[in-house]
Structures are given as structure tokens and as C-alpha cells.
Design a protein around this ligand. Structure first.
Ligand code: SF4
Ligand code: SF4
Length: 281
């Protein structure tokens, strides 16, 4: 179990605890200010990828200090965790509002209103979210021919996540002033700044999933379709056996590779049961 499971989930998966989505947490004025600031994209955000690249030019001690400080701040404010689609489905079972919105990362990196993010809440009317967005400078939320807030049923939302998975996108869950959870996203290494920071630059902004993947060698046909799906480069291929294999230290446990496997040869195992990576987050 990750650090947040112990702190905010009483030893269970913290993102499956309904209390972490509670409307009264969203009523907190400081949290509302944070969310309003977060949803108002600034020039700073579009400069973030360049700043991350610059980090590697700093002396090693400064690099590690910056990484440690940034991660500590993110854990308090806006931190994520990878999760598989079956856990997304469990979340959809108990929240009562799912609203699809454009992804702020992609707006910063691409300048496009790509709708890969989902705000989720136990506030049945989503009124509090709507009030938050009411007067902020967030023109990116408004596409030319779609309303900003696209309310989805649970079935529609789960279908959308299955389609994102076929695109090879990794699902993630996010806090807005921890432990309040306000959103799910669908990420890749090219456009998601948090994933880039975590995987490319060693600045942790998200935990790995509570799972790790394994390939059943007897079932694997060696087609390599799974390798194209993995955002983390965690799937290798043996020329000798003509089988795929998971590098468990590289695997984030998203489960997206399963969507590509016609032989159903890939399964997720609980991370805690795999000694080599049980404490690797
Ligand atoms: S997609 Fe499935 S069958 Fe194909 S290489 Fe990967 S694990 Fe093996
Ligand atoms: S190998 Fe691991 S990280 Fe890569 S797609 Fe599969 S579950 Fe995700």
C-alpha cells in the first residue's frame, strides 16, 4: 500500500474511500482558492516543460533539493496515482457526478482543448464545481462547439475510459489539496507534465499503481502488440523464446497493456505480493 493508503485510507486503497471525495472538503475556502488557481492556466505552466529540462543542468545537490521540495509540495496540494480501469469503475460506482473537461496539461503543451480529464464529486448537482468555475479566467474550458461541463453517466464515463485505454492512455487519480480527490485523468508521456516530471525527470508527482503486471508465457503468442501500449517502456521481448516479459521495476501497474493482448496473457497482481517491487512507488 502506498503512503497515501496509510495516511488517508486506513491501510486500504485511499482513492476508494468515499470520504476523500466529500462535498464538505470541497467547501473549504482555501481548497476552493487552490482549485480556481489551478484551473486558470498561466504562462508559467507552458514554460514548465522547458524548466524541467533545465533542471538536469543544475549541480546534483541542487537537483535533488529541487526534486525533494517539489514532491513534498505536490503531495500536499496536487498529487496523483496510477490506477487500472477496474478501480476507476469502483470509483464511478460511488461518486454521483462525473463531468468531462479539457485537460489543462494538454492545453499548456499543445494549445488544444483535448477532453481527457474528468472531475468527479459526491456533490450530486456538481453545483460546487460549477460555482468554482463561474468567474475564473479559464477560457480554455470552453470549446467552440461544446459546453465546458459535459456531464456523463457512469456508463458513458466508463466507456470513454475504455476508449482512452485503447489509445494507450494511462488512468490516474488526482488530489486538489490532499486528501480531497477531485479528478481522474488519462495520461501519456508526451503531453502529461506530471508523468513527464515523474518518469523523465525523477521529480515524483504521482505514485505507481497498487499493482504490477505479469505475462503468462504459456498464453503469450509473441505478437508484441502490448509493447506499443506501455507508456513506461516496461515490456520487453525475448528473441530466444519469442515471448513478451514485464520489467517489474519499470512497470507502473496501469494495466493498459492488457487492452492490446488478444491472448489475454497479461494480468495485474497486487504490488504488495511481489516482493521485488512491493515498496517501489
Ligand atoms: S500482446 Fe499478449 S500475446 Fe502479444 S506479446 Fe504481448 S503478452 Fe504476448
Ligand atoms: S507493463 Fe505495466 S506500466 Fe506498462 S502498460 Fe502494462 S501495466 Fe502499464
Amino acid at each position: 500500500m502506498c503512503e497515501f493508503c496509510h495516511k488517508h485510507g486506513e491501510g486500504k486503497k485511499w482513492y476508494l474511500e468515499a470520504k476523500n471525495y466529500a462535498a464538505d472538503l470541497l467547501s473549504d475556502v482555501k481548497r476552493q482558492e487552490f482549485i480556481r488557481g489551478f484551473m486558470s492556466p498561466s504562462d508559467d505552466l507552458s514554460e514548465a516543460p522547458g524548466k524541467l529540462e533545465q533542471l538536469h543542468k543544475a549541480p546534483a545537490l541542487i537537483q535533488s533539493t529541487i526534486r525533494r521540495t517539489a514532491t513534498a509540495k505536490a503531495k500536499k496540494e496536487h498529487f496523483g496515482q496510477v490506477l487500472p480501469i477496474e478501480d476507476v469503475a469502483e470509483i464511478f460506482d460511488f461518486v454521483n457526478s462525473i463531468v468531462r473537461i479539457p485537460c489543462i496539461c494538454r492545453y499548456a503543451t499543445l494549445g488544444e482543448r483535448a477532453r481527457y480529464c474528468y472531475s468527479i464529486t459526491l456533490d450530486a448537482t456538481a453545483k460546487k464545481w460549477a460555482e468554482l468555475f463561474g468567474d475564473i479566467d479559464a477560457s480554455y474550458l470552453y470549446g467552440p462547439d461544446m459546453s465546458a461541463h459535459e456531464q456523463l453517466t457512469k456508463e458513458q464515463a466508463l466507456q470513454a475510459f475504455a476508449e482512452h485505454e485503447k489509445e494507450g492512455l494511462c488512468h490516474s487519480v488526482w488530489t486538489f489539496v490532499t486528501p480531497f480527490i477531485g479528478g481522474l485523468c488519462n495520461c501519456d508521456r508526451v503531453d502529461c507534465m506530471a508523468m513527464q516530471a515523474t518518469v523523465n525527470h525523477g521529480m515524483k508527482m504521482m505514485f505507481r499503481a497498487e499493482y504490477v503486471a505479469a505475462v503468462d508465457k504459456d498464453a503469450c503468442s509473441g505478437c508484441r502488440a502490448c509493447m506499443r501500449m506501455c507508456q513506461f517502456g516496461a515490456l520487453g521481448f525475448s528473441a530466444a523464446t519469442r515471448k513478451a516479459a514485464v520489467d517489474q521495476r519499470a512497470c507502473y501497474g496501469c494495466g493498459v497493456c492488457r487492452a492490446a493482448c488478444a491472448k489475454k496473457a497479461i494480468a495485474l497482481r497486487p504490488r504488495r505480493e511481489v516482493a521485488a517491487v512491493a515498496d517501489l512507488w
